[in-house]
Design a binder for this molecule. Sequence first.
Ligand SMILES: Cc1ncc(COP(=O)(O)O)c(C=O)c1O
Length: 439
Amino acid sequence: MNCKRGIELYEKAKRIIPGGTQLLSKRPELFLPDLWPSYYKKCSGAEVVDLDGNTFIDMSINGVGACILGYADPDVDNAVKEAITNGSMSTLNCPEEIELAELMLDIHPWADMVRYARCGGEAMTLAVRIARASSRKDLIVFCGYHGWHDWYLSANLSDDSNLDGQLLPGLNPAGVPRALAGSSIPFLYNRPETLDAIVSEHGDRIAAIVMEPVRHDEPEEGFLAHVRKTADKLGVVLIFDEVTSAWRLNTGGVHLVLGVEPDIAVFAKGISNGYPMAAVIGKRSVMEAAQETFISSTYWTERIGPVAAIATIKKMKEHNVPAHLGKIGQSVRNIWTQYAVKYGLNIKVHGIPPLSIFVFDYGEQTPLLHTIFTQEMLELGFLASKAFYATYAHREDHLAKYEAAIDTVFGMISLIIQQGRAEDSLKGPVAHSGFKRLA
Ligand SMILES: Cc1ncc(COP(=O)(O)O)c(C=O)c1O
């Protein structure tokens, strides 16, 4: 596989773009250092063409979870093209803001009001500001990953490993004012006692509890209800971050399936199939606080985001897309499990089926084996990592090709483990497993 152009371009990028990419999760070092195609020329459905003209089936994170319908979905793209033709920005506001608000409130009857942003992290920051303005308190108690902003990274000021138990380890808070130390404290998912401990020490300072309702683990019986009850007891805002979890198990926030209502829910990437859009929905009693504080941005008023979100949500509803995502995700898990058994490989599978992850279970060798997996799958024409985010564009023929490739690659990995040749099988460095400074 010749991916020379992409590899060379990334070398140039690292000299003029600090950190190489705009999103940690797109760093080639997280997949296959020095060998990853890195850039794309074209993408459509479940396929990606790189700068050297190689076509890959994307069996990895599919636009980091943003493209639930698949790349370049024709229905969403046509709606966007029409919005562009009619003008995407004006002195007046676009009426699609109201149409989208009504659609979101219809799906989530507990919510009364909506504000918009364009990215997940900024929408979470907006929600946290509203919660703090509403409660007139400062402390945020949270679990999970919520973006790059000061309110979140400040958790690592008092202990730089505070965020390691959340999604991304090693996040450095350099540049976050030290005065924010202690203003955000993490608790652990499915560990209600870690929330209770923070509440008993700092209960009167808490402004909001922030969390993803589900991610890599299903909530244990009573966990979400306990969080809801805690928020009610303290009279603080419960914010569900649905940036990644929504639209996968159902057409809406996953909290609708889990049966626990937040006071605010935040949606982003998955809502608009690759076009920037984010929505913060919430109860009137809390959302009205957005009038007490200054929250405002020019490009939150452009038209493409709401138009793309309306087209995406309508298509997800009409075609029952979550059912398809569940079926494809489950098939991929079955393939992993079947071939791990066939070749005697130790793997663990996590996540809800549309957001599935497998991990090799080989102690210190594990990151090396993940890298070899990505390296060998690339040779066979797949962008593949340990995570697979299902899309509406994944079909049976993709699965059949993927299954054949997994048969080959799992077989090969099993053999090199038995023969103690794992180190010799890697053509470049081992993939990074979190944030670190690039050389
Ligand atoms: C749960 C969650 N919250 C927030 C974010 C941040 O969203 P963005 O990258 O659009 O700023 C992400 C992104 O991965 C996410 O998964």
